[in-house]
Design a protein around this ligand. Structure first.
Ligand code: GDP
Ligand code: MG
Length: 266
């Protein structure tokens, strides 16, 4: 047995002894298997950036075919890569062709996505929070969720919240969106994030996605990425959660604020 400290990990779970025993035997059989996570969304929404901000994924871990930028040739293939975290557990990420780029392409892609998603424990779907039109995304999501039944295995990430436009009156006053010093949104931006998030929550509740599955974040600024990870873990099947919990110590807040702030508090 590799030294995962599995017993001590299981001991920390808030379940009774019988459940722990059952979990232990299931997990030992399953230990070498990776947790499988698949990311959907249009090209350029920030899927790869998000992985790097949450997991210890290095640029070189990601196959070059996956890191293609938004303007380069469309890929039609699904591609996976694995990382191993501190506890020795494997996490496999799958990336696929961008959804929502054109209607005719969607017809062809959606069945492929459905087939592929079924092989994964969890689906995360990244939206660009700064773009307003999500009608077509909503339709794609609805089709895919109805076929896969993954309503409780999806996390919707509203990424790029740092790019949401401020209200015109605030812009006129010269307000900024991002507070660089503390690496947080300004009050003016926060207002817009809330509006946009609530709008998406109400649109996606129509297709059966619960409110807590929808998480705003900025992968680039690493704002609220901890919440994304928490929601990902919570949405995994119980016996898979432990494999990802080592990643819970995502960037310390202190890493993210500017140096003069750190000097002030020290
Ligand atoms: N402003 C901003 N840019 C982002 C954010 N996340 C990703 N990006 C940028 O968006 C571009 C596409 O990101 P990438 O992760 O490659 O998208 P992917 O095609 O979905 O994997 C890159 O230039 C990223 O730096 C974000 O939260 N805010
Ligand atoms: Mg990518």
């Amino acid at each position: 047995m590799p030294s995962f400290g599995i017993d001590s990990l299981i001991d920390q779970l808030p379940v009774d002894e019988r459940k722990k025993k059952k979990l232990r035997s299931e997990m030992e059989a399953d230990l070498d298997q990776p947790v499988r996570i698949i990311g959907a969304g249009q090209a350029g929404v920030g899927k790869s950036t998000l992985l790097r901000s949450i997991f210890d994924v290095k640029e070189e871990d990601i196959p070059s075919s996956i890191t293609t930028d938004a303007t380069s040739a469309e890929t039609t293939e699904f591609e996976s890569f694995q990382i191993e975290n501190e506890d020795g557990f494997k996490i496999e990420f799958t990336d696929g062709p961008g959804l929502g780029e054109s209607i005719s392409r969607n017809e062809e892609l959606i069945p492929k996505w459905i087939e592929e998603i079924r092989k994964h424990h969890l689906l995360y779907w990244v939206l660009d929070a700064s773009s307003r039109d999500i009608a077509h995304i909503q339709r794609n999501m609805n089709k895919i969720l109805n076929e896969t039944g993954y309503h409780d295995r999806i996390v919707v990430v509203l990424n790029k919240i740092d790019q949401i436009e401020l209200e015109r009156s605030d812009r006129k006053k010269g307000a900024q969106g991002w507070n660089e010093k503390y690496n947080v949104p300004t009050d003016e931006l926060e207002k817009q994030i809330e509006k946009r998030t609530n709008d998406i929550i109400s649109k996606l509740s129509n297709i059966g996605i619960p409110e807590d599955k929808i998480v705003p974040c900025s992968a680039l600024k690493r704002w609220n990425h901890g919440e994304v990870l928490d929601e990902l873990i919570e949405s995994l099947p119980e016996d898979q959660q432990i494999k990802v919990s080592a990643n819970r110590d995502v960037a310390d807040v202190r890493e993210l604020v500017s140096d003069d702030v750190l000097e002030e508090v020290e």
